[in-house]
Design a protein. Structure first.
Length: 210
């Protein structure tokens, strides 16, 4: 009985300890890999020029295998445009070092903002003293004079305009009566046309004689 109990207890304890140790080791390895990937993503957001870097590495490996003196002579004779493109790409690497210095300048700007707030408080105290004196004198005088003068002038102008319009309409009616008299004179001219028709009848009589 004693031997059976001891064997069962030893087997259970050994299996539990081994499983716990294996799980902890795997989790630590995964966390280290994630930190390395985050640093690479920050460079992509600033400037997407990683495609140009890969082309440079492939060209440099070919030069090391072959002789460098032979390739320099060929570039001077045939391909001068390729030299200009390589020089511009090397200058872009130096610009990335300057961006690190710009981050330090942003921290200095935060300290300058605190100094500007203190200067604004001093200016506000001086402006309040000047405004109190001007408001009391100007507002009382301007409001009383303007309201009284405007009301009297508007009433007088409206009465005069209405009387003038009525007199003009009466004069137009007299002119219409004179136009009717002129039309009667035109009717007298039509009577003269009837005399011409009598002459045509005389011509018909001559045809009968023939």
């Amino acid at each position: 009985n004693y031997n059976k109990k001891k064997k069962k207890k030893k087997k259970k304890k050994k299996k539990k300890k081994k499983k716990k140790k294996k799980k902890k080791k795997k989790k630590k390895k995964k966390k280290k890999k994630k930190k390395k990937k985050k640093k690479k993503k920050k460079k992509k957001k600033k400037k997407k020029k990683k495609k140009k870097k890969k082309k440079k590495k492939k060209k440099k490996k070919k030069k090391k295998k072959k002789k460098k003196k032979k390739k320099k002579k060929k570039k001077k004779k045939k391909k001068k445009k390729k030299k200009k493109k390589k020089k511009k790409k090397k200058k872009k690497k130096k610009k990335k070092k300057k961006k690190k210095k710009k981050k330090k300048k942003k921290k200095k700007k935060k300290k300058k903002k605190k100094k500007k707030k203190k200067k604004k408080k001093k200016k506000k105290k001086k402006k309040k003293k000047k405004k109190k004196k001007k408001k009391k004198k100007k507002k009382k005088k301007k409001k009383k004079k303007k309201k009284k003068k405007k009301k009297k002038k508007k009433k007088k102008k409206k009465k005069k305009k209405k009387k003038k319009k009525k007199k003009k309409k009466k004069k137009k009616k007299k002119k219409k009566k004179k136009k009717k008299k002129k039309k009667k004179k035109k009717k007298k001219k039509k009577k003269k046309k009837k005399k011409k028709k009598k002459k045509k009848k005389k011509k018909k009589k001559k045809k009968k004689n023939f």
